[in-house]
Design a protein around this ligand. Structure first.
Ligand code: PHE
Ligand code: FE
Length: 299
């Protein structure tokens, strides 16, 4: 039998993002022996495609991480093999999960240096797009940078910050989610060699790994903590704005202060649209042409 393995969905539930599947929240054993030939081929195809795209586009720390884990040795990697390298390097550990987790469960994992990875991989007709994170996005996109000590600490601090924001309330949580979106998922970094990608949502996407750097349409704006926390984003299209850090140290240091006063300030403030450029205060690397931008509401 050569049908792809599928995750264990618990039920469907109505949320503010529509009618979505809810997954079991527990940690599972990666069912490595159950992957089909097709599953392994999907990994190999995606891996090869991205490795052709990313030299000169992804930051060196990411490329080094991919090489160090040996993610291209053929077929879906075994999490146990990854963990032997990862735990020794930065004390992080992958855990296999069924899919997207409730915020508190996710934050608790990060706060304890556990990174949840969906154990299942997308189908061959979903190579370019799928609406929820799968193994390729989670593992290839997120895990290489966990070998970088500063980024590794940032991710743990984010998890702890998440618990705090959760206690403050839904608006604080939204502000913090935007920070994750515009850094961990869609961040760019300005290096001496030029603009590079570090966001997992970009490095795991063939289309966005060229679009984010080369397209005239989106804005590229220097990272500012409150600016990012107050900016809406797109979940269904490429980003309209990318925020650019100078270094992982800058990101870590900017996010170290207590966010409580920031949450208070932003509470009730009008958020910026995803495409907006603030001419007076933004450090603009590129003012996008906004060509082809969707004009419906951002998230
Ligand atoms: N400093 C943040 C707080 O006080 C925590 C945090 C750190 C959040 C790093 C995100 C990233 O809430
Ligand atoms: Fe992700």
């Amino acid at each position: 039998m050569d049908t792809a393995a599928t995750p264990r969905k618990i039920e469907h539930q109505q949320t503010d993002r529509g009618y979505v599947p809810v997954y079991a929240t527990g940690v599972v054993e990666q069912p490595w022996a159950d992957y089909s030939r097709t599953d392994h081929q999907v990994w190999d195809t995606l891996f090869k495609r991205q490795c052709e795209m990313l030299p000169g586009r992804a930051c060196q720390e990411f490329l080094d991480g991919v090489a160090k884990f040996g993610l291209g040795s053929g077929g879906i990697p075994r999490f146990a093999d990854i963990n032997r390298v990862l735990t020794r390097a930065t004390g992080w550990e992958l855990v296999a999960v069924e899919g997207l987790l409730p915020d508190e469960v996710f934050f608790d994992h990060l706060a304890h240096r556990r990174f949840p990875v969906s154990w299942w991989i997308r189908k061959p007709d979903q190579l370019d797009y799928l609406s929820e994170p799968d193994l390729f996005h989670d593992l290839f996109g997120h895990v290489p940078l966990l070998l970088n000590p500063v980024f590794a600490d940032y991710m743990q601090a984010y998890g702890r910050g998440g618990m705090k924001a959760h206690a403050v309330g839904p608006e604080a949580l939204m502000n913090l989610t935007r920070l994750y979106w515009y850094t961990v998922e869609f961040g760019l970094i300005h290096t001496p060699q030029g603009m590079r990608i570090y966001g997992a949502g970009i490095v795991s996407s063939k289309g966005e790994s060229t679009y984010s750097l080369d397209s005239d349409a989106p804005n590229r704006i220097g990272f500012g903590l409150e600016r990012v926390m107050n900016t809406r984003y797109r979940i269904d299209t490429y980003q309209q704005t990318y925020f650019v850090i100078d270094s992982f140290e800058q990101l870590f240091e900017a996010t170290t202060p207590d966010f409580t006063p920031i949450y208070a300030r932003l509470c009730g403030a009008t958020a910026h649209a995803a495409a907006e450029v603030l001419d007076d205060t933004d450090r603009v690397y590129h003012h996008g042409s906004h060509e082809g931008f969707a004009t419906d509401a951002d998230t």
